[in-house]
Design a protein around this ligand. Structure first.
Ligand SMILES: Cc1cc2nc3c(=O)[nH]c(=O)nc-3n(C[C@H](O)[C@H](O)[C@H](O)COP(=O)(O)OP(=O)(O)OC[C@H]3O[C@@H](n4cnc5c(N)ncnc54)[C@H](O)[C@@H]3O)c2cc1C
Length: 421
């Protein structure tokens, strides 16, 4: 707790770019920070992105330097595979109960991979949205922090039936009997940085997600384009593995829609422009169509929009997509919309469709909060919380990475005030 001029103790829930940034900024200003992340690694959704707009650099650029700051700062304690079960109290005297699932791999792990070589069990790779598999013992991704293997308990055959990894590990790093743990922590401030998830697009009527294999969503497109993704970065039609010669992007899929999600996620237009680049960089002959309601590229991001739309093989069609149908013999898709600028009905045949689905809040309900939390009309955390909780990045509203960084820095400052004497 705060005392002797120290900056107090801060709990950050969620280890994506917002949580990492808040933790670093607060710790570098003198606070003791506990960073709680439910996955086995830090980085959140950004770690699963292929390239960032607007600079089109890989996420490793930003994540690597921030992870180094986390790693080297003794005032940040990182708990992965951890969730905050409950929260009580108020500013200056919160109490959190944190539960930690076992990793089954201890700090002696050097990521040599001997365990992976002998593991007989496979599991769907959640990092790649289940589009590839890993062994039951795995490194979440090559830049994962902590840089340590983890064992998926649900897929592992266990010590009595298997135990090959325990024998193979030269460092004694695997402990299949590692128990779950619970700890109580007292903090002055709590920052929620629980981020976002994509909505289930199969609920969006007429768009064919889940029915037609060549209709994918934008988060899948990030993984299909990434060198560390399931296709080693080759964008292929899911139905037959062929390179697509035409791709349509459907903006506002389920967003700004009274029937599904009313909010605009703010980044999907830019994400599709970026993904149009992925397609065009790989396939110089491919045609790309973006069906949109309004093209939203706020502030300096307008430059990115202007640059991408110069591409003569990119067509921008202003019209909401009403329906997508499939030719089951060829897997080709027909996207139907009304072009509001020409007044003409459009029926565009393409090889693949990418639904630009938005961001919905994630993980807020995982914690039992005394007195509850205040949500906005879209389910994100409201800015003013009755119990003084702070929120950063996409826990508060859907935004891009640069906004998350600014937001998290501001919130860290507020948290420091709660912890200062
Ligand atoms: C298709 C697509 C492409 C995008 N491309 C770009 C781009 O190129 N450039 C750009 O600037 N932005 C891009 N964005 C936006 C970017 O992904 C977000 O700005 C960013 O992920 C927000 O970071 P965050 O830390 O707030 O949330 P997240 O990345 O969602 O991180 C939240 C973290 O909290 C953890 N968590 C959740 N609940 C709990 C809990 N209860 N307990 C513990 N941990 C929890 C999660 O596991 C996760 O690690 C894109 C978005 C989409 C949809």
């Amino acid at each position: 707790m705060s005392g002797n001029g120290k900056r107090g103790d801060i709990l950050v829930i969620g280890g994506g770019i917002s949580g990492i940034t808040a933790a670093i900024e607060a710790a570098e200003a003198g606070a003791n920070v506990t960073l709680v992340e439910k996955e086995a690694y830090l980085g959140g959704r950004v770690a699963r992105t292929n390239l960032y707009f607007p600079k089109m650099c890989p996420p490793s650029c930003g994540i690597e330097i921030n992870i180094r700051r986390v790693k080297t700062n003794p005032q940040i304690r990182t708990l992965t595979l951890a969730t905050v079960e409950s929260l009580t109290g108020g500013p200056g005297n919160y109490k959190a109960t944190v539960s930690k699932a076992p990793r089954f791999v201890n700090t002696k792990c050097t990521t040599c991979g001997e365990c992976v070589d002998v593991c007989p069990a496979d599991r769907p790779d959640a990092f790649n949205l289940g589009l590839s598999t890993t062994k039951a013992v795995f490194l979440p991704y090559e830049m994962a922090y902590p840089a340590r293997f983890v064992i998926d308990e649900a897929s592992c055959l266990g010590a009595t039936e298997c135990g090959k990894c325990v024998e193979a590990c030269p460092y004694g790093a695997i402990d299949l009997a590692m128990p779950p743990e619970t700890e109580e922590i007292a903090v002055d401030a709590v920052i929620w940085a629980t981020g976002w998830a994509p909505p289930d697009a199969s609920q969006f009527e007429g768009l064919g997600f889940g029915d037609f294999p060549n209709v994918i969503n934008n988060v899948t497109m990030e993984r299909l384009s990434a060198l560390n993704g399931p296709t080693a970065g080759k964008i292929r039609r899911p139905s037959d593995g062929e390179p697509p010669q035409s791709v349509a992007f459907v903006q506002c899929a389920g967003s700004r829609d009274e029937n599904y999600f009313k909010h605009c996620s703010g980044v999907c237009c830019l994400a599709s422009l970026k993904q149009a680049r992925y397609v065009r960089d790989q396939y110089p002959e491919a045609e790309v169509y973006i069906f949109y309601i309004d093209m939203r590229a706020p502030g300096r991001l307008e430059d990115f929009f202007v640059a991408v739309k110069e591409d003569e093989k990119l067509s921008l069609i202003k019209g909401k997509v009403a329906n997508i149908t499939e030719d089951s013999a060829t897997g080709k898709l027909t996207v139907e919309a009304e072009d509001v600028l020409s007044g003409q009905k459009v029926a565009q045949e393409v090889d693949m469709v990418v639904l630009a689905t938005g961001m919905i809040p994630e993980g807020i309900g995982d914690t039992e909060v005394e007195g509850g939390v205040e949500l906005d009309e879209h389910g994100f955390l409201a800015i003013n919380q009755p119990k003084g909780y702070l929120a950063a990045g996409c826990a508060k509203r859907p935004v891009d990475v640069a906004t998350c960084n600014r937001d998290a820095t501001g919130v860290a400052l507020k948290a420091l005030h709660l912890g200062a004497e």
